[in-house]
Design a protein around this ligand. Structure first.
Ligand code: FES
Length: 932
C-alpha cells in the first residue's frame, strides 16, 4: 500500500493485524513511542489526515492513501533520518521553553496532541489530555507549555529568590546561559530540541540488521517445580531459532538488584530456574526472527509443573509451618544467606537509650499500625535491552538502565567473561524511579547473543512491566511515640514488616534506609527499631523512589499528627520542638555508624515557608456545601547519598576554541543531570553550558560509575564533574601562564580565551588538555522536605479534592531551579497517585490483576493539582557548588501530609494507603460513630 508520512510518499506492506505504530517504526519513524500498546498512554500519538490518533489502536491498513504526521514532521516535511529542524513547530518551541518534559518519552505524543488542540480544548486541558500520560513531570510544565512560553518563563525564579514561583529568569530566553555564572539558573536541557522534535534516541530507536526477538513464557503458578519443558512445538514454529530453559543457563545465582557492593543483595536468583516462586517468573525464553514468531513459540511451549503450596501472606511468612520460598542453599558464595527462618530475607534491630523508660516518663503515648501497598514505577519506557557483538567481537548491550556499569560487571560475572569483553550503554532512558536499578532483561539477551551470534532484542510489554518487573515494598509499620506535655519526645519505637516478594533484591537496603532517616530526623534520646523483610511467593519488590522511606514516613508523620492533636499543639510547633538541628547527632539506631553530616541545614526554613505560605491566600475554593475542609503537613529528611560507597568518574577535555567534551557514566533518565553537569563544568571553566558536549552512560566513556540512583546524579557524578573541571581549569591557566610568563593565579578563563596579565591567550592556541575527576559518595549530607495540603472531603462519598498543595525543599544551592522544581512537582504527583489510588492488586492465587494503565490508574493531567514549590536558601558545604540531592525525597512526606489533612477535615485517621473513596467513606463513618 502507499501512504504519505511527513510529506514523503512511502510504500509499505503491513503484516496481517499490524498496527500503525509498529508500521511507522518499521519505516524508521522512531519518534512514535510505545508506552502501552493499548491506547491508554498516548505516547504513540500521530496525526492521521490532521486528526490526532493513538497509532497503536489504528490498523496499519487504514492508513492506505492517507497522510500521517509524526512528531518528526510536525514542523514540516522531512525524512526519518533528518536532523533537528532549524525551525520547530510553535508547540515544540513552547515545550522547549517551558521544559515541558523530563525523560521525554511521553513528549512526542503529548506534543502531537497539544498541537491539534483548538482554543476551546485548551481551556479544558484535563479533558483534552486525558489520553496522554506523563509519569515524570506532574503536568505543571506541560500546562505551562500549552499556556504559552511567557507564562512559563515568568514562573521561574533564581534559586536565591527562595521560591520557584517568583521572578523571571532571563537565562531561559538566552537559551544557553550566555554571560554570568550558569549555576543557579533555569537553563534548558541540552537534549531539549531533540526531545521535542522526536529525534532523541531511546533504547530501541535504532534499526539493527538481522535482529532476532526474544520473548519469555511466564509462570502461571505462584510456586511450582518445572518437571518438563517440551520445546518441540515451539521450535517447529516458522521463524523460531532457539528455546532456552533452566537447563541452558549458568548455574550461578545472582541478584537482579544492583549495588556498588554486590554483596548487598542476596544471590537468590537464577537466570531461568527449575523452581518458580511467583506468578510471572520467567520459565523459558524463545528467540525468533520476529516478535510474532517469538510470541507464537512461547504459546507453543508445553510445560509440566508440579504445583507447591504458596505463601501469599507476609504476616504468616515467619510462622514455623509457612511454605518456604527458598530452600536453604548449599554453603558457599552462591547460596542465599542463611537466616534463622528461611523466609527472612533481611532484618534490622537497634536501639539507643532506654525506650521503655522513655515511654514511662511520657505524658502521652500514641500508637498506630500503618500499611502501605504495592505500587509500580510505571515509567513510560518499559524495561528492555538490545544486544549484539561489535566488530572486535565484544558483547554490547544497549539497555534502559540506571546502572550500566554495575550491569556490565554482573553480566561479566554471570557469563564468565572478562569485563573488558562487555560494553553496556544507554540511549536516552524513558524514566526509571529506581525500577531500572535492576538487571531484568540484559542477562537473557546477552545469553542469546552469545549462543546465537546475532543481535537480539527483548522489550517488555506493559503487562510484563506489572507482572515481571519489580514494585515498591508493601509494608506494615507499627509506630509508638511518647512525649511530655510540652511536646518533647521521650521515646520512639518502630516495628516494620516489609514484603520483598519472591526474591530479595533490595530487601536489606530498603529496610535499613526505610528505618533510618524517618526517626533520625527527630532529636529523641530513646529510639528503637525492629524491622524484618520477608519472602513471599509474590512479584518481587525492589528499589522505588524514596527507597522505603515513603512507607515509614507515612506511619511516623501520621502518628506525630495524632500526638500534636493529643497534646493540643500545632503540628509545625511539634516538629520544630523535636527536629534535629546542627550540632545534634544524626542517630536512628545503635547500628548506624555513618558518614552523614549537616552539609547545610534548611529544615527550619522549610517549616517556616510552608506554614507561612499556607496562611496566605491561595488555592482552590471548596467544591460546595457538604464538603469538609482541613489542612495537614508532614516533614522528611533524607541522606543525600546511599551509604557504603557510591562512586563516579568524569573525564573533561578541552577540545578546541573554548569547547569541551565531558564524559560521565551516570545515566540521564529525566533527572536533569545532563543539564546540571554542563552547568557545573561551565561554571568552573568560565564558559557556557552549550560549549560542553556530554557523553554519558556508556561503560566505554569512563572508568566507573555506580549508577543514577539514590538521587546521586548531581551530588556524586556532579562532584566528579566539578573536580575534573577544577583540575582542567588549573591546567589551562598553567598552560596560558607558561606561554605568557605570568602567574597562573592571575589568569582567568573567560569563554574562548584565558585572560592573563600579558593579554588574552586563545584556548585554540593551547595543546589538548584533559582531566579526570572522581567522587566516592562520602561524606554525605542531609536534605529536607515539608509537604502541606489543604483538602476538601465529602463525607457522603469519600471523595477528596486537593485545594492547595505546597512543598518546601532544602536542596542546598539549587543548580537549576526549573528542573529541580520539576523533580519536586513530579515526585509529589507520583506520590499522590500512590496515596490516593495506585495499587498493584493480586488475586487469591498471587496473580497480578492490574496489568494495564486501564486497571492501574496513574495520575492523568486532570488528577494533579498544582504544587507550589518553595526552596530553602542554603549552601551545602559537602555537595558540589553547594548542591544537595532532590529527586526521590519529595515523594516521601506526601501520603502522611494528605492523611493528616483528611484527618483534620473529617476526624478520621486513615492508616492504609491508597486513600480510596470507599476507604475514606468507611473511616469517616466510623469516626462519626466513635464521636457520637
Ligand atoms: Fe513524561 Fe517522562 S517526561 S513520561
Amino acid at each position: 500500500m502507499m501512504l504519505t508520512v511527513n510529506g514523503l510518499s512511502q510504500e509499505a506492506a503491513p503484516r496481517p493485524g499490524q498496527c500503525l505504530r509498529t508500521l511507522l517504526r518499521d519505516l524508521g519513524w522512531f519518534g512514535v513511542k510505545k508506552g502501552c500498546d493499548a491506547g491508554d498512554c498516548g505516547a504513540c500519538t500521530v496525526h492521521l489526515d490532521g486528526e490526532p490518533v493513538h497509532s497503536c489502536l489504528v490498523p496499519a491498513l487504514r492508513a492506505e492513501g492517507r497522510a500521517v504526521t509524526t512528531i518528526e514532521g510536525l514542523s514540516g516535511p522531512c525524512g526519518p533520518d533528518a536532523a533537528v529542524p532549524d525551525r520547530l513547530h510553535p508547540v515544540q518551541e513552547a515545550f522547549l521553553a517551558a521544559q515541558g518534559f523530563q525523560c521525554g518519552f511521553c513528549t512526542p505524543g503529548m506534543v502531537m496532541t497539544a498541537a491539534a488542540l483548538d482554543q476551546g480544548q485548551r481551556r479544558d486541558l484535563g479533558a483534552a489530555l486525558k489520553g496522554n500520560l506523563c509519569r515524570c513531570t506532574g503536568y505543571r510544565a506541560i500546562a505551562d507549555a500549552i499556556a504559552g512560553i511567557a507564562d512559563a518563563i515568568a514562573g521561574i525564579a533564581d534559586a536565591s529568590a527562595g521560591s520557584a514561583d517568583a521572578s523571571a529568569d532571563s537565562a531561559v530566553a538566552e537559551g544557553d546561559g550566555a554571560g554570568g555564572d550558569p549555576c543557579g539558573r533555569s537553563l534548558p536541557a541540552p537534549a531539549g530540541p531533540a526531545v521535542v522534535s522526536g529525534r532523541a534516541r531511546y533504547t530501541f530507536d535504532l534499526a539493527v540488521e538481522g535482529l532476532l526477538h526474544l520473548k519469555v513464557l511466564r509462570s502461571p503458578h505462584a510456586h511450582a517445580e518445572i518437571l518438563q519443558v517440551d520445546r518441540a512445538a515451539a521450535l517447529a514454529v516458522p521463524g523460531v531459532v532457539a528455546v532456552f530453559t533452566h537447563e541452558d543457563v549458568p548455574a550461578s545465582r545472582y541478584s537482579t538488584g544492583r549495588h556498588e557492593d554486590p554483596r548487598d543483595d542476596a544471590p537468590d536468583t537464577l537466570m531461568l530456574d527449575r523452581i518458580v516462586r511467583f506468578v510471572g517468573q520467567r520459565v523459558a525464553a524463545v528467540v525468533a526472527e520476529s516478535e510474532a514468531a517469538a510470541e507464537a513459540g512461547v504459546a507453543a511451549l508445553v510445560v509440566t509443573y508440579a504445583p507447591r503450596p504458596a505463601l501469599l501472606d507476609a504476616e504468616r511468612a515467619l510462622d514455623p509451618d509457612a511454605p518456604r520460598v527458598h530452600d536453604p542453599g548449599p554453603p558457599g558464595a552462591d547460596a542465599p544467606p542463611l537466616h534463622p527462618h528461611p523466609n527472612l530475607a533481611a532484618e534490622v534491630h537497634g536501639q539507643v537509650g532506654d525506650v521503655e523508660a522513655g515511654f514511662a516518663e511520657a505524658d502521652l503515648v500514641i500508637e498506630g499500625t500503618y500499611r502501605s501497598q504495592r505500587i509500580q514505577h510505571a515509567h513510560l519506557e518499559t524495561h528492555g535491552a538490545l544486544g549484539w557483538r561489535d566488530e572486535a567481537g565484544r558483547l554490547v548491550l544497549r539497555t534502559s538502565s540506571q546502572v550500566p556499569f554495575l550491569t556490565r560487571d554482573a553480566l561479566a560475572a554471570l557469563l564468565g567473561l572478562d569485563r573488558a569483553q562487555v560494553r553496556v550503554l544507554c540511549g536516552r532512558v524513558g524514566g526509571g524511579f529506581g525500577g531500572k536499578q535492576e538487571m531484568l532483561t540484559e542477562d537473557l539477551v546477552a545469553l542469546a547473543v552469545l549462543r546465537l551470534g546475532r543481535p537480539v532484542k527483548w522489550e517488555f510489554t506493559r503487562s510484563e512491566q506489572f507482572t515481571g518487573a519489580t514494585t515498591r515494598h508493601p509494608m506494615r509499620v507499627r509506630v509508638k511515640l511518647g512525649a511530655r506535655r510540652d511536646g518533647t519526645l521521650t521515646a520512639i519505637a518502630l516495628d516494620v514488616l516489609a514484603e520483598t516478594g519472591a526474591y530479595a533484591n533490595h530487601a536489606g537496603g530498603v529496610l535499613h534506609h526505610g528505618c533510618n532517616e524517618v526517626i533520625g530526623v527527630y532529636r529523641c534520646p530513646n529510639k528503637r527499631v525492629d524491622g524484618v523483610s520477608v519472602y513471599t511467593h509474590t512479584v518481587p519488590a525492589g528499589a522505588f523512589r524514596g527507597y522505603g522511606l515513603s512507607q515509614t514516613i507515612f506511619a511516623v508523620e501520621s502518628a506525630m499528627d495524632d500526638l500534636a492533636r493529643g497534646l493540643g499543639l500545632d503540628p509545625y510547633l511539634l516538629r520544630r520542638r523535636n527536629a534535629v538541628r546542627p550540632g545534634d547527632p544524626l542517630v536512628s539506631t545503635s547500628l548506624e555508624p555513618h558518614d552523614v553530616a549537616y552539609g547545610s541545614y534548611g529544615l527550619d526554613q522549610c517549616l517556616d515557608r510552608a506554614e507561612a505560605a499556607m496562611r496566605e491566600p491561595g488555592g482552590e475554593a471548596p467544591p460546595g456545601p457538604g464538603w469538609r475542609v482541613g489542612e495537614g503537613m508532614a516533614m522528611a529528611m533524607i541522606d543525600t547519598i546511599p551509604p557504603r560507597g557510591h562512586r563516579a568518574e568524569a573525564r573533561l577535555s578541552l577540545t578546541g576554541a573554548g569547547t569541551y567534551a565531558l564524559a560521565v557514566g551516570t545515566a540521564e533518565f529525566g533527572n536533569g543531570t545532563a543539564t546540571v553537569h554542563g552547568q557545573i563544568a561551565a561554571s568552573v571553566l568560565g564558559t557556557r553550558p552549550g560549549r560542553v558536549r556530554l557523553h554519558a552512560s556508556d561503560t566505554d566513556a569512563v572508568g566507573h560509575d555506580t549508577g543514577a540512583y539514590g538521587s546521586t546524579g548531581t551530588v556524586v557524578a556532579g562532584q566528579a564533574t566539578l573536580r575534573a573541571a577544577e583540575d582542567l581549569a588549573r591546567a589551562i591557566r598553567a598552560a596560558a601562564a607558561a606561554r605568557t610568563g605570568t602567574d597562573p593565579a592571575a589568569c582567568r578563563l573567560a569563554g574562548e580565551a584565558v585572560e592573563t596579565p600579558a593579554g588574552p591567550v586563545p584556548l585554540a592556541d593551547l595543546a589538548p588538555l584533559d582531566a579526570v575527576g572522581r567522587a566516592d559518595g562520602s561524606p554525605r549530607s542531609v536534605a529536607f522536605n515539608v509537604q502541606a495540603f489543604r483538602v476538601a472531603v465529602h463525607p457522603g462519598t469519600g471523595e477528596v479534592r486537593i485545594l492547595r498543595s505546597l512543598h518546601a525543599a532544602d536542596a542546598g544551592r539549587v543548580i537549576n531551579p526549573m528542573q529541580c522544581r520539576g523533580q519536586i512537582e513530579g515526585g509529589v504527583a507520583q506520590a499522590l497517585g500512590a496515596a490516593l489510588y495506585e495499587e498493584v492488586r493480586l488475586d487469591g492465587a498471587g496473580r497480578v490483576e492490574t496489568q494495564s494503565f486501564r486497571s492501574y490508574h496513574i495520575p492523568a493531567f486532570a488528577d494533579v493539582p498544582r504544587t507550589e514549590v518553595l526552596f530553602a536558601d542554603t549552601y551545602d558545604r559537602i555537595g558540589p557548588l553547594g548542591a544537595k540531592s532532590m529527586s526521590e525525597s519529595p515523594f516521601n512526606p506526601v501520603a502522611a501530609a494528605l492523611g493528616n489533612a483528611i484527618r483534620d477535615a473529617t476526624g478520621a485517621r486513615l492508616t492504609e494507603t491508597p486513600f480510596a473513596p470507599d476507604r475514606i467513606y468507611r473511616a469517616v463513618a466510623a469516626a462519626r460513630t466513635c464521636g457520637s
